[in-house]
Design a binder for this molecule. Structure first.
Ligand code: PAF
Length: 326
C-alpha cells in the first residue's frame, strides 16, 4: 500500500524537475602535471569539446599532478577499466606497445615540425593503432618539447661533463641506453619520486622539456639547465579500450575531434614555452647554457654504440625513414 501510494508522488516530483535524468558517464582523466601545464590545458580542451558536442552524456573528473599515481599505474588503470583517459609522456609507453620506443631515440628529430609531421603521418599513426592490441586506444599524439638536462653538480658543455652524473631518466630503456653510453649514472624513476629525490640529493639531476621544468618549478631544486635538446618528448592522449568500445560511432567521432583539438592546444602551449621558458628560468635564478653545434656532434658520437642497439631493436630502415621524413 505504502509503495503504491508513494510511487505517483515520486513520479510527479521527477516530472516537475524536468523528467528522469539520463545516466551520465564519468570520465576520470589522470595526468602528471598541474592544471596550468600543457597537459592540463589539453585535458581541459578535451573536456570542453566533448561536453559541447554531447550535451550532458559525460562528466569529467580531473586528477592532475599524478593524483592517480605514476604514469605506468595510470595506464594500467586504463587497461583495467578503472580510469577512462590519460595524457602521458612516452616514458613507459614502450612497456605497453614496444614499437613506440623508436620515437625516444636521441637526436632523431630535427625540430618540432619534423616530429609532428612524423607522428601525425603514416609512421606515427601505425604505431598509435598498436595500443588497441593491449587494452588501450591511442587517440592522438601530443608533445612536451625537446628534453634538456638540469642538475646541481655542474654546467654541461661537453660529454665529459656528464661522466658519472646521477641523472634520473624515465623508466624507458631507450633513454637508459643513451645515458649509459654517455658515461652518466642513470637511475630510472617514476615521476612522483623525482622532486623529493632531487631535494634529498639522491640524484644530481633529471631531464625534461622546458614545459615541465617551468611548470613544476624545477628551478627551486636545480641550479643548472643545459639546453641539450638531446631527445624529443612525445606525449599521448590515451583512453581505456573498454571505455572506447562502449561508445557509439557518433560519440567516437566527437572524441576524435576533441583529441585533435586537445593536442593542438598542447602543441600551442609548447610553442609558447619553447620561446619564453629560458627567460623565465633565468629570471628565477637558473644558470642556463646552450651546447654548441660542435659539442652536440660529440654527444652524438658518444652514443654511437646506443644507435647500434636501436637499429637492432627497431630496424635501421625504420629509424632512417624517420630521420629522412620530409
Ligand atoms: O619525466 C617524465 O616522467 C615526464 O616527462 C613527466 C614529467 C611525467 C610528464 O609526462
Amino acid at each position: 500500500m505504502k509503495f503504491t501510494f508513494l510511487a505517483p508522488a515520486v513520479a510527479s516530483a521527477i516530472v516537475a524537475l524536468g523528467g528522469p535524468a539520463a545516466a551520465q558517464t564519468e570520465i576520470k582523466i589522470g595526468y602528471a602535471l598541474a592544471p596550468d601545464s600543457h597537459y592540463g590545458v589539453a585535458a581541459q580542451k578535451f573536456e570542453e569539446v566533448v561536453l559541447a558536442e554531447t550535451g550532458d552524456q559525460f562528466t569529467f573528473t580531473h586528477f592532475p599532478s599524478s593524483g592517480l599515481g605514476g604514469e605506468r599505474e595510470v595506464i594500467e588503470g586504463l587497461q583495467l577499466g578503472t580510469v577512462e583517459a590519460t595524457i602521458v609522456s612516452s616514458g613507459t609507453l614502450a612497456n605497453f606497445a614496444p614499437d613506440t620506443g623508436v620515437f625516444d631515440i636521441p637526436f632523431l628529430f630535427r625540430d618540432l615540425a619534423h616530429a609532428r609531421a612524423v607522428l601525425d603521418g603514416p609512421i606515427g599513426q601505425e604505431i598509435l593503432a598498436k595500443f588497441d592490441d593491449v587494452g588501450l586506444h591511442g587517440l592522438a599524439w601530443g608533445e612536451q618539447g625537446f628534453r634538456h638536462i638540469t642538475n646541481n653538480r655542474n654546467a654541461i658543455e661537453t660529454p665529459a661533463d656528464v661522466q658519472g652524473l646521477k641523472i634520473r631518466t624515465m623508466e624507458n630503456p631507450v633513454h637508459l641506453t643513451a645515458f649509459n653510453a654517455m658515461g652518466a649514472a642513470p637511475t630510472p624513476m617514476a615521476w612522483p619520486e623525482v622532486v623529493s629525490s632531487l631535494q634529498q640529493g639522491v640524484i644530481d639531476g633529471q631531464e625534461n622539456p622546458l614545459s615541465v621544468i617551468v611548470s613544476v618549478k624545477l628551478d627551486e631544486v636545480q641550479e643548472y639547465l643545459t639546453l641539450s635538446g638531446h631527445v624529443y618528448s612525445p606525449a599521448m592522449l590515451l583512453v581505456s579500450k573498454p571505455f572506447w568500445e562502449g561508445l557509439d560511432a557518433s560519440q567516437k567521432a566527437i572524441f576524435e575531434t576533441a583529441a585533435t583539438q586537445a593536442v593542438a592546444a598542447m602543441r600551442g602551449f609548447v610553442d609558447n614555452v619553447e620561446t619564453t621558458g629560458v627567460e623565465t628560468l633565468k629570471e628565477r635564478g637558473m644558470k642556463v647554457n646552450a651546447i654548441s653545434a660542435e659539442e652536440k656532434a660529440k654527444f652524438q658520437e658518444a652514443i654511437a654504440s646506443a644507435y647500434e642497439e636501436y637499429y637492432e631493436t627497431y630496424g635501421q630502415e625504420l629509424v632512417e625513414s624517420i630521420v629522412n621524413f620530409e
